[in-house]
Design a protein around this ligand. Structure first.
Ligand SMILES: *[C@@H]1O[C@H](CO)[C@@H](O)[C@H](O)[C@H]1NC(C)=O
Ligand SMILES: *[C@@H]1O[C@H](CO)[C@@H](O)[C@H](O)[C@H]1NC(C)=O
Ligand SMILES: *[C@@H]1O[C@H](CO)[C@@H](O)[C@H](O)[C@H]1NC(C)=O
Ligand SMILES: *[C@@H]1O[C@H](CO)[C@@H](O)[C@H](O)[C@H]1NC(C)=O
Ligand SMILES: *[C@@H]1O[C@H](CO)[C@@H](O)[C@H](O)[C@H]1NC(C)=O
Length: 408
């Protein structure tokens, strides 16, 4: 039976009803009544700093983010033939993370999807892998959040289960939420604010996190691998980005620069991968991307892409969109082909998952946000590089108005 692409009519009606009711509650009460978190001004983020530490730039005016991707914990778990495979990879992955965290000393960590290999885990203890994965970050007291990948949904684990576990167990340091999107498979869509100074009421940067899903509504799991359904939900997320960013503008007077994280890259990265850029290109010429169903490109990743472009307001105010999924890619590029938006890859920080020649030495992307770069006259900029488990760094460059401008 071919997978059903669209939700049923009843489902659509219900989802419209839900959204309308939510909108009305927000309008009337400035808060959603069913919300587990306090909501102010209709903004769905954490704005009550008695509950969560307000994220701020350090006294040097810097805020460094490390993005780990494709950890694939629990790989081949319980498979007798590969009894030692998973546990040994997992130990190595936590060592890699510890090395990188000590090398980079980030202010924030992003786990950018495929936290575990969901096909291989057991329902009764799957979330135990999250304890292992967050361990080095928790031990160092670093705030963090997650996006969720195609392998984080399976018979035995879902995006929502991972999110609820993370919030319940690590809520002090975790900034992850499930604001909108299909539950339980595509709901990890949210944003997080970083302020220049503790006393500021408007943030200096908005970090957006999106859920590239991996499940066909109404089709019982597991979806056949060949269904290949991966894209940010086109029914809820674009509207969410528009309304939330509209409220941000209304409350703060203008929209700060954005940095975007999503596990599976937009299909536009296929149009950029042949451009000359530093970083690994092992998964080119066609990095696996969002928007495909049964191996045919649907274009259904474009509504979310357009909504992200909308955050730029015609200027170069979306610093980058960074993804994992393609373990052998760690480049950034931009051109007119993707409306000038910089699309980046994180590399591969896990010992689980497939390995390509250049991803053998595990690596991940670092963004070093600096207040002076964000307020640069010609438009905001951000430094970025790849950081390796062999305690080296490489591929340093600055994303901003001058980055690959010859291709605009
Ligand atoms: C774990 O890391 C060690 C040291 O780098 C390496 O020798 C070993 O092969 C790795 N194990 C696996 C399963 O990749
Ligand atoms: C899922 O978990 C159950 C029980 O925890 C286990 O019996 C089953 O083998 C696991 N894997 C799959 C693919 O269902
Ligand atoms: C889950 O249980 C399986 C089977 O007993 C075991 O091999 C695996 O190590 C456990 N995983 C975690 C994260 O506890
Ligand atoms: C634009 O996309 C096309 C099709 O993928 C590609 O051949 C071309 O090199 C791209 N050009 C630029 C400047 O991005
Ligand atoms: C570290 O790994 C990178 C990436 O594979 C490699 O280019 C570099 O030569 C290595 N450096 C050392 C000192 O091992």
């Amino acid at each position: 039976m071919p997978p059903v692409l669209y939700p049923s009519a009843a489902g659509l009606l219900w989802s419209c009803y839900e959204r309308t009711m939510h909108f009305l509650t927000v309008l009337l009460f400035g808060t959603a009544l069913s919300s587990p978190l306090p909501r102010q001004n209709g903004l769905l983020g954490v704005l009550d700093w008695s509950l969560k530490r307000k994220l701020t730039f350090n006294t040097d005016g810097e805020f460094k983010v490390v993005s780990f991707s494709d950890m694939h914990f629990g790989e081949r778990n319980g498979d007798g033939t590969f009894a030692s495979w998973g546990p040994e990879q997992d130990t190595n992955t936590t060592i890699v993370h510890s090395i990188i965290l000590d090398q980079e000393k980030p202010d924030y960590v992003v786990f950018n999807g495929d936290l575990m290999t969901g096909e291989n885990v057991f329902a009764f203890n799957a979330t135990g892998y999250l304890d292992q994965m967050y361990g080095p970050t928790i031990q160092r007291g670093i705030p963090f959040s997650s996006t969720h990948g195609n392998h984080d949904n399976s018979n035995n684990i879902t995006h929502l289960e991972e999110i609820e576990y993370e919030i319940a167990h690590y809520g002090g340091l975790s900034y992850t939420r499930a604001d909108v999107g299909p539950r339980p498979y595509g709901c990890g869509n949210y944003w997080v604010l970083v302020y220049a100074r503790e006393e500021d009421s408007a943030p200096a940067v908005v970090m957006w996190f999106f859920d590239s899903t991996s499940f066909v509504p109404d089709v019982p799991a597991p979806v056949p691998a060949e269904a290949n359904y991966y894209w940010i939900d086109e029914n809820t997320v674009p509207q969410y980005v528009e309304t939330q960013s509209g409220l941000m503008k209304a409350v703060w007077g203008s929209l700060p620069p954005s940095l975007v994280f999503v596990h599976i890259p937009f299909q536009h990265s296929d149009d950029l991968c042949t451009l000359p850029t530093v970083g690994d290109h092992d998964d080119d010429p066609d990095p696996a991307t969002q928007g495909f169903l049964n191996n045919a490109y649907t274009g259904l990743d474009l509504p979310a892409f357009q909504a992200i472009i909308g955050l730029a307001e015609g200027k170069n105010e979306v610093l980058a969109v960074t993804s994992g999924h393609d373990h052998g890619d760690s480049w950034c590029a931009r051109s007119y082909n993707a409306s000038g938006l910089a699309l980046c890859f994180d590399g591969h920080s896990g010992y689980g998952g497939y390995v390509t020649p250049h991803s053998e030495v595990r690596n991940r992307r670092v963004f070093n946000l600096r207040l002076e770069d964000l307020s640069a006259v010609n438009g905001p900029m951000v430094e970025t590089w790849n950081s390796y488990e062999n305690k080296t760094t490489n591929d340093y460059f600055v994303l901003g108005p001058d980055f690959m401008k010859e291709y605009l």
